[in-house]
Design a protein around this ligand. Structure first.
Ligand code: HAM
Length: 417
């Protein structure tokens, strides 16, 4: 046996129905908020993420599945979708093509992380992005969309945390304040943090090393260093959340592990899914489009981990809503009629099964039980001669006979009740 690669996982029948439910609910919500679907390649130029996600991030430094292809190009499996969607926005001039460029993507992402519950090397995201709108009302709308996704999936015990990381104008003063506050303590931090302190002090907040946490907890808060317009923006976002009636908590540590964020950052945490409890995360990225070679346009969005949504969803969510029926035949002649009936049931939109190996009626009925058939249609010699079908209710064991021609309509009306 050649097993699957560490950090990847198969999604099997029994679980896949929950994935389908997440995808269906997400599509419905995204479309209600005016987003259109986009599909992009899983391979991109490495440069897109080095520049987009950021050279100093853990993703780019440690986690990318990057390689040189046979033509000598540096390629990577995408670790996230935002730079790809910015590329799409620029490369296909979506600004001209769409009244409001709001797009979403669903698909696999790849990060070479240490696998654990809720954390994989190939995982899947639902990602939404909206371009060109600076008004804080759109930040709040995106937050409302994220909240709708989580609540419509029935996920309980969730918390929205938000922060503002400022902009290119006020960030340098905050970075400087961080370095100053660290002072001599910097030498007591892990080697990653020592490097972060010189190249990008904000990244220190990404540190997970337990011994570093007391020092990090004492660091200044970005929110106290916002310039007047960032402050105004943040206050307006929070004000809108009040109008939407969405509860939130301000978290000073929420700088997020990607370099492009400006102003609003947020996550939804919880859902009783263990240590990896960020169900989704996102924020505003006002300089990214320009940085990736596009026009000077702002953007905001978020991505949710599908594995984490599926894990956090209640057990009864996404159970199949179909009612299977079974067709049993006794004898070779009846079998021909059974196959015709099976086809007619499926054409009529019903889930229908039969036994292929031509076993005894007893074993066919056993099979009907195993697939949890609601009704079983039985055709034996008697029924065949009369041009009829016996229909057995699998719960009550009651049986009726109906004409062959009316059998599909009869089953449909019984299932509709
Ligand atoms: P992110 O926080 O890196 O943000 O990932 C978003 C979500 O993807 C996480 O909250 C988590 O649910 C899921 N996720 C991330 N890594 C893994 C993993 N290794 N295994 C399982 N799930 C994972 C982004 O990716 C940004 N592109 C979000 C964004 C969109 N910001 C603006 N627009």
């Amino acid at each position: 046996m050649i097993p699957a690669i560490r950090g990847t996982h198969d999604i099997l029948p029994g679980e896949v129905e929950r994935w389908q439910r997440v995808e269906a609910v997400a599509r419905d919500i995204f479309e209600r908020y005016g987003y259109a679907e986009v599909r992009t390649p899983v391979i991109e130029r490495e440069e897109l993420f080095a520049k987009g996600t950021g050279e100093t991030t853990d993703i780019v430094q440690k986690e990318m599945y990057a390689f040189t292809d046979k033509g000598g190009e540096r390629i990577t499996l995408r670790p996230e979708a935002t730079p790809s969607l910015v590329r799409v926005f620029v490369e296909h001039s979506l600004e001209q093509a769409m009244a409001v460029p709001k797009i979403y993507l669903m698909g696999p992402m790849f990060r070479y992380e240490r696998p654990q519950k809720g954390r994989y090397r190939q995982f899947h995201q639902l990602d939404v992005e909206v371009f060109g709108i600076s008004d804080p009302a759109i930040d709040a709308e995106v937050l409302d969309l994220a909240w709708a996704l989580v609540t419509e999936l029935g996920i309980a015990n969730v918390e929205l945390v938000i922060n503002s990381v400022g902009c290119a104008a006020c960030r340098p003063a905050f970075a400087e304040a961080l370095v100053k506050a660290l002072g001599a303590d910097v030498t007591s931090l892990c080697t990653d943090c020592q490097r972060r302190a010189t190249v990008n002090p904000l990244r220190i907040f990404d540190c997970k090393v337990p011994q570093d946490q007391p020092v990090i907890d004492r660091l200044p808060h970005s929110i106290d260093y916002l310039c007047a317009s960032c402050r105004e923006h943040f206050d307006a976002v929070v004000g809108h959340l009040g109008v939407y009636g969405i509860p939130y908590r301000i978290s000073h540590r929420l700088v997020r592990g990607l370099d492009y964020y400006t102003r609003t950052t947020f996550e939804i945490l919880g859902g009783n899914i263990g240590a990896q409890n960020a169900i989704l995360g996102g924020g505003r990225y006002d300089g990214l489009v320009k940085q990736l070679g596009g026009p000077d346009r702002v953007g905001i969005g978020f991505a949710a981990g599908i594995e984490r949504l599926v894990l956090a969803m209640p057990d009864d969510a996404g159970v199949g809503t179909r009612s299977p029926v079974f067709v049993a035949a006794m004898g070779e002649a009846a079998r021909g009629t059974a196959i015709g009936l099976l086809r007619d049931l499926r054409r009529a939109g019903l889930e229908a099964h039969m036994e292929y190996e031509g076993r005894s009626i007893k074993s066919q009925m056993k099979r009907a039980d195993r697939i949890k058939a609601v009704l079983t249609l039985i055709i034996g010699d008697d029924e065949l001669a009369a041009g009829e079908v016996a229909i057995k209710d699998m719960k009550t064991s009651e049986q009726v006979r109906v004409p062959r021609d009316g059998a599909v309509a009869h089953v449909k009306s019984r299932l509709a009740k």
